[in-house]
Write a new protein. Structure first.
Length: 518
């Protein structure tokens, strides 16, 4: 992320104007994936590593070791991945490129919480590092259940496998969930930091791997046009929506303990919030960016119990139909408690108490089983201060909206009023649209490529620092606590609807409305 390069796009010649990738291959290293036989590895990690290989961004001197409990050897692991890549690759897999990669892949069977696994890993690494001449630098990817994170770090420390020296780095990528509340996140940070330096820990949030999310910073800070308006003088309110049409599917085991708040808010939604609200950093260096994000989280007005009742909404879906498919009640989903009080929808109004944002409400919502998948940020500007058209029947004067479309549409649009052609002055809302794909072509990445590559080159800009994770939990902790103590009136929205009526009322009370999920 810190390696910003520039290219000038001529709209009439957009396809050739794609930014040249000027990145160099990462330095020699070995990638150790704990959870090597798991879902994340086959669905996202290996396809992104393949994409990095195809883009020439992996070093020649490179190897991968998958560590997992499943009973496999190197050959079986390679054969399985070679099958799975066909289903999960984001591009056509080229045999020669795949061969180059798969011949560097190894497997070690072992339990993550037992010391002998790490003794065996150490020996295996010594061998493999010699074969592939990778040097001693290593990236450990914790793609296991969160309950293993502290133990894996502890055992890596005990076996001396995270020690860095001149020219040798050892880094650890930690997957989500990063704790389940403030206390557990603090405990996890403490246990990781008892073995590792902060600069060795890369806490991943896959939202930061999305091009459109990274583009928020570029859009704001590489353009002179919008930043002067980006404050409480001109902005009326901000809406952040991350909703999906899928339900809990077969993740009941995890989701019923987590719920929408923990699953999405302190991580993904707060990434979008902090990138929208942060001050310009002094550089794109990791700590400059992460410190500005931390300041936003620190400035979020903490909610009292009463404010949790009035400024937040929780919901759970009942059966319904989405895209012609019958969806069962959340409570009737596999591995979900039939009396579950877990929320599948959350909406809230937050205030960022600083000079830039004082008085501007930030409305956030996320949920499952809504009509469509949609992630977007809507900046609504204040209406023109003086209406020239007062007393005239001109139609409606709508506020200007700037919409940052994160997914599935990827782009930016600006809504403003224009005169409808004709002798009478009549206004209509119109839209100016920038679509990522039209300019830059279809993206074929998983979103993990940038993050894995950044970790290999030691750029932590797109990763969370310990304080960022804790500050996120600090904001949502009052909600978690109150909701645990007060019974919810669930289910309260039908699958396929826009969420609970209370979420609409939250904005209606302020004279506003959510942008429709169409
Ligand atoms: C994950 C959550 O972190 O993000 C899921 O655990 C959610 O519940 C997913 O579906 C959404 O990610 P994306 O990239 O599909 O918006």
């Amino acid at each position: 992320m810190s390696q910003l390069t520039q290219s000038v796009c001529q709209p009439e010649n957009t396809q050739q104007a794609i930014t040249q990738n000027q990145s160099k291959p990462a330095p020699p290293c070995t990638l150790v994936i704990f959870g090597g036989a798991g879902d994340l590895t086959k669905r996202l990690l290996i396809p992104s590593i393949y994409n990095l290989q195809a883009a020439g961004l992996l070093p020649e001197n490179f190897a991968i070791i998958g560590v997992a409990r499943a009973d496999k050897n190197d050959e079986q692991f390679r054969a399985d991945l070679s099958e799975e890549i066909k289903a999960f690759a984001t591009t056509q897999v080229e045999e020669t490129i795949w061969k180059q990669l798969i011949n560097k892949v190894y497997y070690l069977r072992g339990n993550f919480d037992e010391a002998p696994t790490y003794e065996a890993l150490k020996l295996r690494l010594d061998e493999i590092e010699k074969i592939h001449n990778t040097g001693k630098s290593r990236l450990y990817y914790l793609a296991t259940g969160a309950e293993y994170f502290p133990k894996i770090a502890e055992l890596l420390g005990q076996t001396d496998m995270v020690k860095q020296e001149e020219g040798v780095w050892r880094r650890v990528i930690v997957e989500k969930p990063f704790g389940t509340d403030l206390q557990s996140a603090e405990a996890l940070n403490r246990s990781l930091l008892s073995v590792l330096e902060e600069n060795q820990i890369y806490r991943i949030d896959h939202y930061l791997g999305k091009e459109t999310v990274q583009n928020i910073l570029v859009f704001r800070f590489a353009n002179g046009l919008f930043e002067p308006l980006w404050n409480n003088k001109y902005v009326d309110s901000v809406q952040i929506t991350v909703v999906e049409s899928v339900g809990v599917e077969n993740r009941g085991n995890y989701y019923d303990k987590s719920g929408a708040l923990r699953d999405m808010v302190p991580n993904h939604l707060f990434q979008l919030l902090t990138m929208t609200a942060m001050e310009p950093p002094t550089s794109f260096q990791p700590d400059a960016v992460r410190s500005e994000k931390a300041k936003v989280l620190q400035a979020i007005h903490p909610l009292t119990d009463e404010q949790v009742r009035t400024q937040t909404v929780r919901g759970q879906y009942s059966s319904g139909v989405i895209k012609g498919k019958e969806i069962p009640d959340y409570r009737n989903s596999p591995k979900v408690n039939p009396q579950s009080e877990t929320e599948t929808f959350v909406a809230m109004k937050l205030f960022v108490d600083n000079w830039r944002w004082a008085g501007v409400p930030f409305y956030l919502r996320t949920g499952k089983c809504l009509p469509k998948k949609r992630s977007e940020i809507v900046i609504t500007f204040k209406k023109a201060p003086f209406s020239l058209f007062r007393g005239e029947d001109v139609g409606s004067l709508e506020p200007n909206n700037l919409i940052l479309h994160i997914q599935p549409e990827e782009g930016i649009s600006l809504q403003f009023g224009a005169k409808i052609p004709g002798p009478k002055v009549m206004l209509s809302g119109v839209e100016m649209d920038f679509n990522y794909h039209d300019y830059f072509g279809q993206s074929s990445s998983t979103g993990y490529e940038t993050l894995i590559y950044d970790c290999m080159i030691g750029d932590a800009t797109l990763f969370q620092r310990a304080d960022n994770t804790e500050l996120g939990w600090k904001v949502v902790d009052p909600m978690l606590k109150l909701w645990q103590s007060e019974k919810a009136d669930f289910p309260n929205y039908v699958a396929g609807s826009n969420g609970p009526a209370a979420a609409d009322e939250l904005l209606a009370r302020d004279g506003r409305a959510w942008r429709q999920i169409k």
